[in-house]
Design a protein around this ligand. Structure first.
Ligand code: NAD
Length: 274
């Protein structure tokens, strides 16, 4: 698999495709991460809330790849908002992974009702200055949350990781990201598997001799998105990275664009969650 990478607004680069490890058991994580790295993945999307940072760190070490060839993301848990809390939580995550630094650290959810995401963002800025994390970003942030952290700190997140798949395409948020210089990372990129039997996707997949999962992952890549599909099954892990030998046509992209649905959200509404 010949991976593609995108440039972030802080001068660093990020693999476009990675493995999501939500709901991967800590004990299973070394083997799952090992299968992904052997298949050519170079990014693992973790989080403190997934309770598998220890297993992910072990999987990266056991792969034998140099640490700087694997891009590891983690996310600050909802219970850890606040300046001192975030500094401590990052230290705990680094210890669990067994790493000196993370490649990307995200605020997992904005929790606007708690209203502590600005001071939390200031802690992430400090963590980057101290070299504990190389790039900083957010997840599930809406336009108001993004504008507020930038107004108050002058630091634009490198990434906003949000729910995004053919049934929930987030076009307005993506336009704002483009204006602000923020990379969009798609979570639940396969709609948690629910999009795999869509007939439009199936027809396009058949035309390219690819599977529905590969077709959807390629749609994210052709749209300039970062994409982190999850699987614990070695054959599917390999299948999901075999997407660099084809591209979708304009007609394919138009057909998938038409699947967007304002009611297509699967996960929680970020304004109310956490
Ligand atoms: P997904 O859209 O990646 O779907 C995963 C499911 O699709 C799998 O469990 C499996 O059932 C199925 N699948 C995967 N590959 C397949 C294949 N080739 N053939 C058939 N079925 C296949 O869903 P997800 O796990 O919700 O999202 C991916 C990642 O996004 C997560 O693991 C996590 O890292 C991240 N995420 C982040 C947030 C956030 O709040 N930031 C929220 C949800 C998920």
């Amino acid at each position: 698999a010949h991976q593609t990478a995108l440039d972030l607004n802080d001068g660093r680069s990020i693999p476009q495709l990675g493995l999501g490890v939500w709901q991967v058991d800590d004990g299973e994580a070394p083997a799952v991460v090992g299968a992904a790295l052997a298949a050519g993945y170079r990014l693992i999307d973790g989080a403190a809330a997934y309770r598998n940072e220890r297993g992910v760190g072990a999987g990266v070490r056991q792969s034998g790849l140099p640490r700087d060839e694997v891009f590891v993301t983690s996310k600050l848990a909802n219970s850890e908002h606040g300046y001192d809390e975030a500094l401590r939580a990052c230290a705990a995550s680094l210890a669990a992974f067994g790493f000196d630094a993370l490649d990307l650290y995200l605020i997992h959810w904005p929790q606007p009702g708690r209203n502590r995401y600005v001071e939390t963002w200031k802690a992430l800025v400090r963590l980057r200055e101290e070299g504990r994390v190389r790039s900083i970003g957010v997840s599930n942030f809406g336009p108001d949350h993004l504008k507020r952290i930038v107004d108050e700190t002058g630091v634009v997140p490198a990434v906003n990781q949000v729910e995004l798949h053919p049934r929930f395409q987030q076009r307005r948020l993506r336009d704002l990201h483009a204006e602000m210089g923020i990379a969009t990372q798609s979570w639940s990129p396969l709609g948690q598997g629910r999009l795999l039997d869509d007939p439009t996707i199936g027809a396009i997949a058949a035309r390219h001799g690819k599977t529905p999962a590969q077709t959807i992952i390629r749609w994210h890549i052709d749209n300039g998105l970062l994409v982190i599909p999850k699987s614990v099954t070695p054959a599917r892990i390999r299948e999901n990275v075999e997407v660099f030998d084809f591209a979708l046509s304009e007609a394919d992209l138009d057909a998938i664009a038409a699947l967007d649905d304002s009611a297509g959200r699967i996960g929680p509404d970020p304004d109310r969650f956490g």
